[in-house]
Design a protein around this ligand. Structure first.
Ligand SMILES: NC(=O)c1ccc[n+]([C@@H]2O[C@H](COP(=O)([O-])OP(=O)(O)OC[C@H]3O[C@@H](n4cnc5c(N)ncnc54)[C@H](OP(=O)(O)O)[C@@H]3O)[C@@H](O)[C@H]2O)c1
Length: 266
């Protein structure tokens, strides 16, 4: 089901040259990205499933953002959202933040539905909305940008992470191949791969609501990345001249050398 609000009101004042769509905008990195882009002069359409959260975010930003409720794993919901967005004007950037990890089981015993759900969201969902917005992005004044928030999980697989890592490897490959296929076209493809980011929900969802297990992920780590740290990478990448494609960024906390080499204070 797709609903919208705020969006129509926003369009009256939206400068077409800097209008972005951010998926996964109801929490964590996506919500921080909406705030960072609005502060940098963008008008933003925030997408996610939880309307109350989107509504609160848009209210906080005083009319510089709108929202459309959208489930990117659902074809009809995504098509309706894209129709709604494009009816509001040109789009210059798509920031794909929607994503999740489900479970941390070994390959031998992993839950097939966890893998399926990660593929549906992180890979197929990202592909679905990217395909639908790509033609409009290429028509944006000066050209458009497709940006994905992948993960260092898409670079270095770790035990228990095969399903999530495989989906993030796939997301990175999608971005890389899209860039190759679109050479000569007015579109940039940017891949931002964060390491450990302490957001409120990511690990909780991964461990099915187990707060103790989620907290253990960040235990003793002096300064994990914040959602705002990653949002700043997005803001900076999008702020470069249209002819400059920030191909990929790997961003980690200083305390993290790799997924398995993390400094923790005792
Ligand atoms: N946190 C980390 O350590 C970390 C590190 C590297 C990369 N990442 C990646 O960064 C991205 C954001 O992570 P985060 O930490 O900000 O997690 P988060 O707070 O859990 O945010 C995930 C967002 O995705 C949205 N979402 C989930 N399913 C959706 C669906 N079917 N359709 C549309 N939106 C959907 C959620 O909103 P609704 O539930 O309202 O739909 C939420 O806004 C993810 O792709 C994640 O893989 C995270």
């Amino acid at each position: 089901m797709v609903q919208s609000a705020g969006e129509s009101a926003m369009e009256a004042t939206a400068p077409a040259a800097k209008r972005a769509v951010v998926t996964g905008a109801s929490s964590g990195i996506g919500a921080a990205t909406v705030r960072a882009l609005v502060n940098d002069g963008w008008t933003v359409v925030a997408l996610a499933r939880r309307e109350e959260r989107l509504k609160a975010l848009v209210a906080e930003l005083g009319g510089k953002a709108g929202y459309v409720v959208c489930d990117i794993t659902d074809e009809a919901s995504t098509q309706a959202a894209v129709d709604r967005i494009l009816a509001g004007g040109p789009v210059k950037a798509l920031v794909n933040c929607a994503g999740a990890a489900f479970g941390k089981d070994p390959v031998a015993t992993a839950n097939l539905d966890d893998w399926r759900n990660m593929y549906e969201l992180n890979v197929i969902g990202t592909l679905r909305i990217t395909q639908k917005l790509l033609p409009a992005l290429k028509k944006a004044p000066g050209g458009g940008t497709v940006l994905v928030i992948s993960s260092t999980a898409g670079i270095e697989p770790y035990e228990g992470g095969a399903g999530y890592c495989a989906s993030k490897f796939a997301e990175k490959v999608m971005a890389r191949v899209l860039r190759l296929e679109q050479i000569g076209e007015p579109v940039r493809v940017v891949d931002i791969a964060p390491g450990m980011v302490h957001t409120d929900e990511f690990s909780l969802k991964r461990f099915g609501g187990d707060a103790e297990r989620a907290a253990a992920v960040y235990a003793g780590v002096p300064d994990p990345l914040s959602a705002e740290d990653v949002a700043e990478c997005v803001r900076w990448a999008l702020a470069q001249p249209d002819s400059v494609d920030i191909d990929s960024i790997v961003v980690r906390p200083r305390a993290e050398g790799s997924y398995t080499k993390v400094y923790r204070q005792q």
